[in-house]
Design a protein around this ligand. Sequence first.
Ligand code: ADP
Ligand code: ZN
Length: 636
Amino acid sequence: MINNNNTNNKKPTPNPRNPILIFLALGIAGIFLFKLFSPDDSSLFGRLGGNSISQTIEYSEFKQLIKSGQIQNVSIGQTLIKGVSKNTTPIIYYTTRKVQDQTLIPLLEEQRVKYSGFSEQNFFTDMIGWLMPVFIIMAIWIFLTSRMQKNMSGGMFGLGNASKLINAERPNVRFDDMAGNKEAKEEVVEVVDFLKYPERYAAIGAKIPKGVLLVGPPGTGKTLLAKAVAGEANVPFFSMSGSSFIEMFVGLGASRVRDLFDKAKKEAPSIIFIDEIDAIGKSRAAGSMVGGNDEREQTLNQLLAEMDGFGSNAPVIVLAATNRPEVLDPALLRPGRFDRQVLVDAPDFKGRIEILKVHIKGVKLAKDVDLNEIAKFTAGLAGADLANIINEAALLAGRENQKEVSHKHFKEAMERTMIGLEKKSRRLSMKEKRIVAYHESGHALMGEVTKGAHRVNKVSIIPRGMGALGYTLHTPEENRHLEQKHEMLATIDVLLGGRGAEEVFLEEVSNGASDDLRRATGILKNMIVYYGMTDVSGLMVLEDFTARNRFLGGGGNTREYSNETAQKIDAYIQNKLEEHYTHVKQTLRDYKGAIEAMANELLDKEVIEGERVREIIIDFEKNNNMESRLIPIEEA
Ligand code: ADP
Ligand code: ZN
């Protein structure tokens, strides 16, 4: 494998509906209501009895009332003056506008009227008083939400509205709508059959997969395939994105999982589709989340419980999509859960032509459009990108008021799409392709001529998301539980084949071999510290070989050896790698013509099958009168 050290791009998540406006509107409405129903000025005078009235009067009139001794009590504000009548039934509350009048206080003194000041709170000061706390709470809330989670969909009042996030439909998508990816379709045909005739399987007691993981880069049709399964089986399809399970309220995600499964079970047979499952299923060991870890864990546990909960004959099947299967919690992949993986890969040349044909239906093409040429130009693109290009080309033609879409529209559409994608590094430049082609050919050759190595199944220079720019698939002939020493060493030779080919056949080496080198180093280290296969420490195991160590990638400080031993280990690994690398480079030189033939064929076709790899090697050996080093099938 050659790997790309850039990280993958994620699908953009939909913008959440903005709850701030709702909040603001409620706040203002609340204040209005409060104002409307709150008794006007009564608080100034104590309780307002049943028989009392208020009156607004002229200042002169008010002063007259004081003079005539009909006022018992006066309150003076900034703009208003209020007074309470003396000995009247009902009591009258007078209000008047304040006037600059130096004689008022002496008059009140003279009449022995009690007086005091009051602060007039007007509507706006009231409102600010009420709104401030609301704004502060909102600000804190916004701060927290934007920090704790980037994908909030559903809104903040959402405890009960999971159903809005669950998308229920009966898709009329068919397998034919998905072009290419024949293997992936074959894998899920069985699922369709089970959904159609559950009783048939129940009768013979067949165990049916509960969960199928669709693995592949974005836009390659995972959602499409899941829908096609539902469409072919004619069952309801419930879908939800993994990211929408993770909310800021602990427990909410879990309750959504429960909702989702309840709905699906009610309408069984049915399909549940969880997109971006890595958002929930990220390995607990990864532990990189700051907040929300509990929430993720609870959600994940609920999902596991639901999957374990329904018996193997419940006709609900969970499909999930991810482009990063390596980060998933191992618990998700255990038997009875997502124990099947289906690779939904970026299409090869033929696949791209088929996808173009699917999406070109209904589009009027000019005579100068050549699908072959478009397919050639779009190496590395996913189905979604191709659909996009066709649509873009049609739009361009429409804008020009043309009746048909012609080549120049496609050309422009492709260029636009490519520029967008080049940034996301899904597409390789010509120079990179050449590096990848030689690198993978090196792996493939070593795989075929090294005893104990797995046979080559397929070599590809189509970037595969997940960080791989190209890959060589090796098939183990049978599931191996035990690995012999020579098989481990063979794997090292195969791993070193990529870098070796770069060094022998290209001007310069690249950083593409980093993962290969890491793995080769790891194998040697394991042979020393766990398996007692070297003379560094003989049979003595140097590290605690527990599941924890294995799964958590070394697990930290369980090292039980001295610095001196550590130096010995380093030296051993370095020497061994050097020794194998020398052998690998020599082998590659011996097979120069074969490597060149393979690399050229890869540059041309992008993918070659294992069978073809062997043919190339045999041809080369014959032409050069070499004794064949190809490992015969029964021995491999
Ligand atoms: P994913 O779920 O893998 O990200 P989608 O299923 O959402 O990808 O694909 C998006 C769209 O791209 C599909 O709706 C379809 O129009 C198009 N598409 C992707 N792959 C294919 C394919 N193999 N055949 C036909 N159309 C495809
Ligand atoms: Zn490699």
